[in-house]
Ligand binder design. Structure first.
Ligand code: FES
Ligand code: FES
Length: 163
């Protein structure tokens, strides 16, 4: 199939995408967007989280054709001029160790903060429930999300279209 969609603010047309291809495979293998990670490959870890029309989805479980005519944002779409405030907050809070979960965590956090400027701890835990981290113990991640909320409250958010 010919797949036309918007990725990180740019319209792309990809010919010859197999019907069974996942969005994750298209992002990584066709577009070279390697920031989105493949962990479990079966919807359990959240490492592959991207935004589809602003909503977090597991790209490993999402058929590529479902993105047709829609807007996808990956971690590469957030850092337009230097790090995005959410990325800065993760760095500053020590919420990154091996970093494998980080792009997915950040995309879920970004989606949360777009719909809720001041989430409480239960909101944060709920938003990140599908994102697993083997390294940090999660405290630093919770700290990072709170710090990101404060940063985004203060900082003009240069969002990519549809984000
Ligand atoms: Fe998609 Fe684990 S790689 S949820
Ligand atoms: Fe290693 Fe989260 S920092 S899995």
């Amino acid at each position: 199939m010919n797949l036309v969609f918007e990725i990180n603010g740019s319209r792309r047309s990809l010919g010859n995408v197999p019907c069974h291809a996942t969005l994750l495979s298209v992002l990584r293998d066709r577009l070279g967007l390697l920031g989105t990670k493949e962990g479990c490959g079966v919807g359990e870890c959240g490492a592959c989280t991207v935004l589809l029309d602003g909503e977090p989805v597991n790209a490993c479980l999402t058929a590529a054709w479902k993105a047709a005519g829609r807007n996808v944002i990956t971690i590469e779409g957030l850092a337009t001029e230097g790090l995005h405030p959410v990325q800065e907050a993760f760095v500053d809070s020590g919420a990154i160790q091996c970093g494998f979960c980080t792009p997915g965590m950040i995309m879920s956090t970004y989606a949360l903060l777009k719909r809720s400027a001041c989430p409480d701890v239960e909101d944060i835990k709920s938003a990140l429930a599908g994102n697993l981290c083997r390294c940090t113990g999660y405290k630093q991640i919770l700290d990072a999300v709170r710090a990101a909320a404060a940063k985004m409250d203060r900082t003009h958010d240069d969002e990519v279209s549809g984000g």
